[in-house]
Design a binder for this molecule. Structure first.
Ligand SMILES: [Zn+2]
Length: 428
């Protein structure tokens, strides 16, 4: 295994240090370090963070390999600075058995680019009727700890209660896609001024907030652990703040796109902006940024949702929901949180690595940058700006909402247990 010496990097944005990576771990940190035979990486002005961890990625394999595979998704993840991602269960077949989650886990291991941790479905076939084999998935080689019917809401309160009770046995967490189904039938975008003007069926904030309110109460009642996926409204933030003030075991994530984009973009009728939950208002964006800054929202999660062009380059009403996220997430967080002064780089490490790793119960990720720790690291240059060019993305799909947008920051290198997956901004 090769040895790498990173020179003059700002560890978590702090003082410049040299970091020696040897045998998969951080072997030495200091100034003026030398090491025989080491590959030297000059990193003056660059930021060294723990490898990013995504709680919410759609890798589409098995079943929709035309949109993404575990391998192409892992490449995109590595280029985005991620060393671990959670692969959502809404594949075909659904990841609701030990066999399917083990298949996804093994495909991830084979890539060598990024650890892929399968999320298990809460209910059989995501149908919301019967609990899936949660215990078997937890005991499998994939060691599943996060369970979600994402894409669909576990709307039946009794099923949700049983799931929350069940996961306690193995310290799991239920990650809820909070969407009251009756309130969102046929919904096309955020319900508000813009939906009224465009005449598109609205997706009201209360459809998200009512489920979150119910679920934090259920979680408290059974003493379990709840994670709320892709929080998108100011009202949801208020409920989470209240639940956390009670000391309940509730965590939440926000996507990069909900930190930057608003429903005004839907006026273009470009389906690249069609996503679930929908883009909300500027006031919601402000509330989400503040909640991520103060820790009410624990983590940034991409909700990377690749779709082939035939599912996106069509009329708004029939277009698939979702957008790419892995390769642009860190730049969006820099733009919306760091360059605005809301979060420093240590805060970025916390929200994009430490806390998501803790929520997913991942050993070896989200660790301090310290001697003896596994060398899961990302080196970021915050200075350059780049224009997003969809054809240059490693994802198999092209549905990025940031095409043509100039964004700050560049992932220079990513290390997975001491092995570079990305070097000089390219796949190693
Ligand atoms: Zn979702």
């Amino acid at each position: 295994m090769s040895t790498y010496l990173i020179k003059d990097a700002k560890v978590l944005g702090g003082d410049a240090s040299d970091v020696l990576i040897r045998d998969g771990v951080i072997a030495e940190i200091g100034t003026g370090l030398t090491a025989d035979g080491a590959t030297v990486i000059e990193a003056a002005g660059q930021i060294l963070l723990p490898g990013l961890v995504d709680l919410h990625t759609h890798l589409r394999e098995p079943g929709r390999e035309d949109a993404e595979t575990v391998a192409t998704g892992a490449n995109a993840a590595a280029l985005g600075g991620f060393t671990a991602v959670h692969a959502m269960a809404n594949t075909d077949p659904v990841a609701d058995t030990a066999g399917t989650v083990e298949q996804v886990w093994r495909l991830g291991q084979e890539t060598g680019r990024c650890d892929v941790h399968p999320v298990g479905a809460v209910t059989v076939g995501l149908e919301g009727k019967r609990l899936a084999e949660l215990g078997a998935m937890a005991d499998s080689a994939a060691r599943v700890r996060v369970f979600s019917d994402d894409g669909k809401c576990v709307d039946d309160a009794v099923i949700m209660r049983r799931a929350l009770e069940y996961v306690k046995a193995f310290d799991g967490v239920v990650a809820q896609h909070a969407q009251e189904p009756r309130l969102t039938e046929g919904a096309q975008m955020n319900e508000g001024t813009v939906s009224g003007e465009l005449g598109l069926r609205g997706w009201p904030a209360v459809a998200e907030e009512s489920i979150i309110a119910r679920d934090v109460l259920l979680t408290a009642h059974v003493g379990s652990r709840l994670h709320v996926c892709h929080v998108s409204t100011a009202g949801s933030v208020e409920i989470l703040r209240w639940a956390k003030s009670k000391g309940w075991n509730v965590t939440a994530e926000v996507t990069p796109h909900h930190l930057l984009l608003t429903d005004e973009l839907v006026r273009s009728y470009d389906p690249v902006y069609k996503v679930n939950p929908p883009l909300r208002t500027a006031a919601d964006v402000t509330a989400l940024r503040e909640a991520l800054a103060d820790g009410t929202i624990d983590a940034v999660a991409t909700d990377h949702a690749p779709h082939p062009s035939e599912d996106k380059d069509c009329e708004w009403a029939v277009a698939a929901m979702g957008m790419l996220g892995l390769e642009t997430a860190l730049s969006i967080v820099q733009e919306t949180m760091v360059d605005t002064g809301l979060l420093d780089w240590a805060g970025v490490a916390d929200r994009m690595s430490v806390r998501p790793a803790a929520i997913g119960r991942l050993d070896g990720h989200g660790r301090p940058v310290r001697v003896g720790e596994p060398a899961n690291l990302v080196l970021v240059d915050p200075t350059p700006r780049r224009t997003v060019e969809p054809s240059e993305l490693a994802s198999r799909s092209r549905n990025t909402p940031y095409a043509g947008l100039e964004l700050p920051g560049k992932v220079v290198a990513t290390f997975l247990r001491g092995v570079p997956t990305v070097i000089d901004g390219k796949l190693a």
